[in-house]
Structure formats: C-alpha cells, structure tokens
Design a protein around this ligand. Structure first.
Ligand code: GDP
Ligand code: FO1
Ligand code: CA
Length: 324
C-alpha cells in the first residue's frame, strides 16, 4: 500500500509518527510505503544557514530525536553557538537554535551550496534519521526556495515580515492582514511530489495548519490538480478542537484569509478534493462544507500520546479505505 501525506511541522509529524505506530501494530508484515510531502514555506536563512523548520520537525520526530515538550528542535540540546553569536551581537536573537540543530543547518547549507537540490539534501537527512527503514520518504514540496511572509499592520503602517518573525518573535500578536508567499507561483513540485499523490492508494491530510502548512503545499503549481485528479481517497483530520487550534495560531491564520475558525470551514478549504473528514466531538459541523460533502467521522482528535495519534491515524485510514 502507498500512503501519501501532506504535512507541516508538529501536527503533521505527530500524526505521521502515529500512523507508523498504527501500521506496525495493526498491519505487521504488510509493505506500506509512506511518502510525506513537507511544507517549506516556513524556511528561513539565518546566520547564512538555511533552516527548514517543518522538514526538521518531521525528521527529528520520526527519528526519535525531537524535544517532545516543544514539539520542534532537538532533545537534550545545548546553546553554546547561540550564546556566542549573541555575545558577538549577531542578529536575530529571537529564534532559538540549539547546537545539535545547528549541525543540521550547517550540513544542509553546505550541500545546497554544492548545488544539491533540497530534495536530495532532505533524503540524506532522512537517512540520518532512519526514515527509509520505516518505509518513509520525506519530500520537500518544492526545491524552489519559497518563503511565507505576513503583511502586518503596526501603528497604522503596513509592512511585510517573514512568517517566522510574525510567529516566533511577535507570537502572532501583530495583526495579520494577509500572507504573501514569495516564490510560490513559480515553484515547481519537487521530484516525486505529483507522482506520490497520483499513484497513492490513500492520501492523508494530518491536522496541520490549514493556511501556512497545508495551504502553502496546495499552492505549489500542480499539487491541487493532482489531489483533484487522484483516484486515491483523500481523508483529512481537523486541526481544531472546539474551534480552537490545539497549539499555535491557526485561528489567526484563518482570520487573515477570511475563513471562520471551525472544522467545517477548514474542510471547506479542501472541498474540491476531500473525501473524508475527521472532526472532534467538540466541533459541531452544523454547516456542511461548501462544494462537496466529505464523509464525516467524529472521534476525539487530541494526539496526547503516540498511541492516541496512532488511533486517530488508524481511523483516518479506515475512513479512506471505506471511500476507496
Ligand atoms: P507547525 O508547522 O509546527 O505549526 O505544525 P503543523 O502545521 O503540522 O500543525 C499545526 C496544527 O496542528 C495546529 O493548528 C494545531 O491545532 C494542530 N494540532 C497540534 N496538535 C494537535 C492534536 O493533538 N490534535 C489535533 N486535532 N490537532 C493538533
Ligand atoms: N518556535 C518558537 O516558538 N521559538 C523558537 O525560537 C523556535 C526556534 C526553532 C528552531 C528550529 C526549528 O526547526 C523550529 C523552531 N521553532 C521555534 C518552531 C517553528 O519555527 C514554528 O513553530 C513553526 O515554523 C510554525 O509553524
Ligand atoms: Ca510550520
């Protein structure tokens, strides 16, 4: 079986880890290939190094190296490099990079400078974290540099800042007027991305941020058409519980694109290709999403443990198989 998933950072990574756990316990011995298409809109160049937060979160989570409490970055980190950079007065100081994490960015930047595409670099990092042994291929959505920026209003003035500056430095406290994704229109899907969607048996949308994670991947030319055209059932998991994001600021992202912070409205963003939708019992789904009507399954959606995430992923897979 071939499963393809679109994923952002923490929500995506925890869901995929749960999916692998589910497959291991529920389908032992079955050959399952999981292709994860990761968001690169969060990427940023800091201190001359290319940082890909969502890809790294997936690598570290699946590889067992993630800081569980944060959900991103490495467990058992030290910060000697960042401390020395701060002593030098190097900027910015609002983005925390640990020493082990720095090694990832140094290695990635070195290979990119040698001319390797991000997809090839990501494959090497995937090997470091044991992804092939787990049947997982992690593909960046594109090899073209793409960066999400946020047009904010501050003191009556509008300006665009990098997504990370809005999210991390300002904790989304500046009013987001809209998102501008530099490079997205001209981005080519990375090798294997469209094929993974077209030839999948099942396509899953983890509970990733619908605007700045999934929404960015859907903006890569060809991806949305591939989802509309694939014969695979497409099943998604709502990132909202009781209309609120479990973590982060998806509600503010939705507001910026004029969409209500409800599971129904999020399903509406995927209406042209969605076959099934998992919602938490705390989310009523009174209004049917416009366009098509995905099959609804109601079940608790909090990924409070690997086992809980595995149960949710198993439910998504069952729903997909019932729609095949
Ligand atoms: P990010 O890139 O690190 O922000 O991660 P993603 O885009 O992959 O996922 C972020 C989304 O995951 C947020 O909107 C959260 O509401 C959602 N999320 C995080 N944990 C959970 C959970 O346990 N259950 C559900 N349903 N959604 C979650
Ligand atoms: N998130 C933070 O809130 N503060 C940080 O200092 C921070 C550093 C960081 C470093 C590497 C990395 O891969 C992720 C990091 N994140 C940090 C998480 C992150 O960038 C955001 O949560 C996501 O990009 C939002 O989707
Ligand atoms: Ca992200």
């Amino acid at each position: 079986m071939r499963i393809t998933a679109l994923a952002g950072g923490v929500g995506g990574a925890r869901f995929i880890r749960g999916l692998l756990h589910h497959l291991e316990s529920a389908r032992p011995g079955e050959r399952v290939e999981v292709t994860v298409i990761g968001n690169t809109g969060d990427d940023i160049t800091l201190f001359g190094l290319r940082v890909c937060p969502d890809l790294d979160t997936i690598l570290y989570t699946l590889g067992g190296g993630v800081h569980e409490g944060q959900g991103w970055g490495r467990a058992d980190e030290s910060h000697h490099v960042a401390d020395e950079l701060a002593a030098l007065g190097a900027l910015p100081q609002w983005f925390s990079l640990g020493d082990k994490d720095f090694a990832t960015h140094i290695y990635r930047s070195q290979l990119l400078a040698q001319g390797l595409p991000l997809s090839a670099v990501t494959a090497r990092l995937g090997a470091r974290w044991g992804l092939p042994d787990q049947g997982v291929t992690l593909l960046p959505m594109t090899d073209t540099p793409v960066e999400t920026h946020v047009v904010v209003t501050e003191g009556g003035e509008q300006r665009a800042i990098h997504f990370q500056e809005w999210w991390v430095r300002h904790r989304a406290s500046l009013h987001a007027d809209r998102f501008v994704v530099a490079g997205l229109d001209a981005a080519a899907p990375a090798p294997g991305v469209l094929e993974a969607i077209r030839t999948a048996d099942v396509v899953l949308l983890p509970p990733s941020n619908p605007v700045v994670s999934i929404g960015i991947i859907l903006g890569v030319p060809g991806v949305r058409d591939a989802l509309r055209g694939t014969r695979a059932p497409v099943v998604g998991v709502s990132p909202l519980i009781g209309g609120r994001p479990v973590r982060g600021h998806a509600d503010l992202c939705l507001r910026a694109i004029g969409v209500a912070s409800t599971s129904a409205a999020v399903a509406g963003l995927y209406a042209d290709f969605l076959d099934g939708w998992l919602v938490d019992p705390a989310d009523p789904m009174e209004e049917p999403p416009s366009g098509s009507a995905p099959a609804l399954v109601r079940r608790p959606l909090l990924m409070s443990s690997v086992e809980a995430a595995a149960d949710i992923a198993g439910a998504a897979l069952s729903l997909a198989e019932s729609r095949a």
